[in-house]
Design a protein around this ligand. Structure first.
Ligand code: AMP
Length: 431
């Protein structure tokens, strides 16, 4: 199938060809036709599948083919959970609309609102926003959602994880009832289905990858290792492999900073990216990572959402996430748009429960390797760390699995799906 056969305008085809795309990705093939027909769409697609163009192209097509009055009310709203994703989606909107007479803007928190409000005042057709700043500006009367015709909820699962449900409901109340709704989510939990039911009208359901499975192009491996040896192992893997662009995930901001320092001491250029970093620092770190001056980007889950790093070859989980779905998001950073990628996880005994939870979610047993000199500690407890340090630690993301197992951890109980507690959402917000 070619982009020509999808019925997109010449101006859009020109922008697509300028981007170098030749064939629509599976999600684009499936989502673009019903969106062009004006239908509500519920799409299951991970980052890296081309989902952004999947909703942006038909949205731009509709707006440009059905122009409105000159003063330009905001006609399309794209809501994203994080600043990075908002910036990334906006960059795509700009590129795809290069040859169209449409104006767009992006708004998110953490930066001065004045330039954002000034751009909106001049009249825009498309607004990309994170929920907090959007409601903030709306409450101040600096923008109106009364003329929205198309509403896109991107990474809906992450929105819920971050505790944005209330904000989404508030945003919806401010839009007209008659509008087209598009909802994209990497995972399809019960909560997502419930949210979809409340927003979408007779949606067409499209899927790029089977529910909750990882992209085939990613080769996944687990290194069982003693907790205290993880830092030296990761440095060895990156140095021996001479890897030039590695995205590393840690569970906490503190952990990200600490690992980043260790990398730098080992002469590996690195930067950390998490919620305590200013927007400027995050942008700088990401730019350095993209242009090759930074080899290792150490990130927490939330900070990494929406990062668009083409053809990222290596993702390493320095620690496994305690939320199984986060694993799918993390490794979705590699193997993007058909390229081969490698996702490695360094797993210590206390993460055994998380590993089982992930394997259950993706319905696959991950191959395990042990490197000589970096063996796991046979005497280490398999109880998750948080439970070992009752009341200690700075994270309280709830986990309901019992996690007890015999030494070696191979026969541990399957973890139950982690509880989406308020604690967890609050932690995520801060990430
Ligand atoms: P996304 O899933 O929207 O984050 O897109 C992932 C990456 O795929 C981005 O770098 C896009 O520029 C790229 N991409 C999107 N659509 C296509 C396509 N049809 N052909 C090749 N690359 C694409």
């Amino acid at each position: 199938m070619s982009f020509n056969s999808l019925g997109l305008s010449q101006a859009l085809l020109k922008a697509i060809s300028k981007k170098g795309y030749t064939t629509p990705s599976p999600i684009q093939q499936k989502a673009i036709p019903p969106i062009l027909e004006g239908k509500d769409v519920l799409a299951s697609a991970q980052t890296g599948t081309g989902k952004t163009a999947g909703f942006t192209l038909p949205l731009l097509h509709f707006l440009s083919e059905n122009p409105k009055e000159k003063y330009r009310p905001i006609r399309a709203l794209i809501l994203t959970p994080t600043r990075e994703l908002a910036a990334q989606v906006y960059a795509n909107v700009k590129e795809y609309s290069e040859f169209l007479n449409l104006r767009s803007a992006v708004i998110f928190g953490g930066v001065n609102q004045k330039p954002q409000a000034a751009t909106i005042r001049q009249g825009i057709d498309i607004l990309v926003a994170t929920p907090g700043r959007l409601l903030d500006l709306e409450n101040q009367g600096l923008l109106s959602l009364k003329r929205i015709e198309i509403f896109v909820l991107d990474e809906a699962d992450r929105m819920l994880d971050m505790g944005f449900l209330r904000d989404i409901e508030r945003v919806i109340k401010k839009m007209p009832e008659r509008r087209q709704n598009l909802m994209f989510s990497a995972t399809f939990s019960k909560d997502i289905k419930k949210l979809a039911h409340g927003i979408l009208h007779h949606p067409v359901q499209v899927e790029a990858t089977p529910e909750n499975t990882t992209v085939d192009a990613i080769s996944q491996k687990v290194y069982r290792v003693a907790k205290g040896l993880k830092t030296s192992l990761i440095i060895k893997l990156i140095s021996d492999g001479n890897w030039k662009q590695v995205l590393v995930f840690t569970r906490t901001k503190h952990g990200a900073n600490k690992l980043c320092k260790k990398m730098i001491s080992a002469n590996i250029s690195a930067a950390a990216i998490h919620g305590n970093k200013s927007q400027g620092a995050r942008t700088k770190a990401l730019a350095g990572f993209k242009n090759g001056s930074i080899r290792v980007l150490v990130a927490t889950d939330i900070a990494a959402r929406g990062l668009d790093i083409p053809l990222l070859p290596h993702v390493i989980n320095f620690e496994l996430p305690n939320i199984s779905e986060d694993y799918v998001h993390r490794i979705g950073r590699t193997g993007r748009a058909g390229a081969k990628g490698e996702a490695l996880s360094l797993v210590s005994a206390d993460e055994t429960t998380y590993l089982r939870g992930i394997e259950k979610l993706i319905d696959m047993k991950l191959p395990v390797e042990i490197i000589e000199g970096f063996e796991p500690d046979p005497n280490a407890s398999t109880v998750p760390e948080k439970k070992q340090q009752r009341g200690g630690g700075n994270r309280s993301r709830g986990h309901s699995g019992s996690g007890k197992s015999k030494s070696g951890g191979q026969k541990s109980n399957h973890s139950r799906r982690p509880k989406r507690s308020r604690d967890r959402r609050n932690n995520d917000r801060r990430n």
